[in-house]
Design a protein around this ligand. Structure first.
Ligand SMILES: [Zn+2]
Length: 350
């Protein structure tokens, strides 16, 4: 943008804009080496922000993996490194591996000491408001564990982030048009997050959006990992589909696409439950609904069917195709989202 464009867009005076541009140049956050070619008159200086001036790292730890990403100031994932590692916070070598993964990402993404904003650790569990403690971690049995323990070998600013919050947040962060949204993560367990006015709504006790434990099967429901019966998790976790294909979700969708009857029957039941949940969310919050997680990555081909099922329930005029979306981060949204909290912090400080 030219300086004049900035003055107009920001509704600030020329001296104020000049002063701020000088500051951003001094701090190496913007570039002014290019010109905007004008037809007639002098070519104006083009000011561009340097998206790699600062970077953040995000790691998503699950039962069998630790996946890491480097994220720039635009929220773009610059590097992904995936690693198999069996979750075990009591093992010093596991914690060391986590530290080594951070160093490897830092090195391979070429992030200097001063450029690294911090490391977000995304975990499948509920996290205290300050990002310090796991307040509910039943899927990996790590309730009560602290950031200090988990980040023992990470010598940078760290914070723990609830995986569904991270994934939902980055989905909406990238799209300024999405002001209010409910993100549903359809992975080995079902999670969710509610974004209101671009902010995560965590609720009074950090459980806001825990859609996985909504009671949806009133009678004879399956046992959920939370200890209750008939939760949404028991009907819409990815396992409801890939139990047919030995845990291979790709194979499930391959068979579904090839017209396999058993796969089609499982999918039919699954989509009905999902449609009910989406309908209920829409009725409650009148917001967009984003489908993510393992199943969300495949949902694109089946959206028409889903729209129809949701529209059939809806007494209002709004059309499902206008508010239901597949996630845009098909992979590593939870890792990238954990990193974005540091980018946010940096941008608001600036
Ligand atoms: Zn449950």
């Amino acid at each position: 943008m030219s300086k004049q464009d900035l003055v107009v867009a920001l509704e600030l005076s020329l001296p104020t804009v000049t002063q701020n541009l000088e500051y951003l140049k001094r701090t190496s956050l913007i570039d002014s080496s290019k010109k905007i070619t004008n037809t007639g008159g002098r070519n104006a200086t083009a000011f561009t922000y340097l998206k790699k001036a600062k970077m953040a790292i995000g790691i998503y730890i699950t039962a069998h993996h630790m996946n890491g990403v480097a994220v720039d100031l635009s929220g773009d994932v610059e590097l992904v490194i995936k690693k198999q590692a069996v979750f075990d916070l009591n093992s010093d070598s596991y914690l060391r591996e986590l530290g080594e993964l951070v160093e490897k990402i830092k090195e391979e993404a070429g992030i200097g000491e001063k450029e690294l904003l911090g490391v977000g650790i995304s975990v499948p569990g509920l996290i205290s408001d300050d990002g310090e403690t796991v307040i509910y971690g039943r899927t990996l049995n790590f309730t009560g564990r602290s950031k200090e323990e988990i980040c023992k070998y990470i010598p940078y600013p760290c914070r723990l982030v609830h995986d569904s919050y991270a994934a939902g947040y980055i989905e909406t962060w990238k799209d300024p048009d999405v002001r209010n949204a409910f993100y549903i993560s359809l992975s080995n367990s079902v999670g969710g997050s509610f974004i209101v006015d671009h902010e995560i709504y965590a609720g009074d006790t950090q459980k806001g959006g825990e859609i996985g434990h909504m009671a949806v099967v009133p009678e004879n429901g399956e046992l959920c990992y939370c200890g209750k019966y008939g939760c949404f998790d028991t009907v819409c976790r990815a396992g409801k589909l890939d139990e047919y294909t030995n845990g291979n979700l790709e194979e499930f969708f391959h068979r579904l696409g090839a017209g396999d009857e058993r796969a089609a029957a499982l999918w039919d039941v699954y989509l009905d439950h999902l449609a009910s949940a989406i309908y209920n969310i829409r009725i409650l919050f009148d917001c967009k609904v984003i489908l993510g997680g393992y199943v969300g990555a495949y949902i694109g081909d089946y959206l028409e069917d889903l729209y129809q099922r949701v529209d059939e329930k809806n007494p209002f005029e709004d059309k499902a195709e206008d508010y239901i979306f597949a996630c845009r981060y098909k992979k590593e949204a939870s890792a990238a989202g954990a990193a974005i909290f540091f980018v946010d912090e940096f941008l608001s400080d600036i």
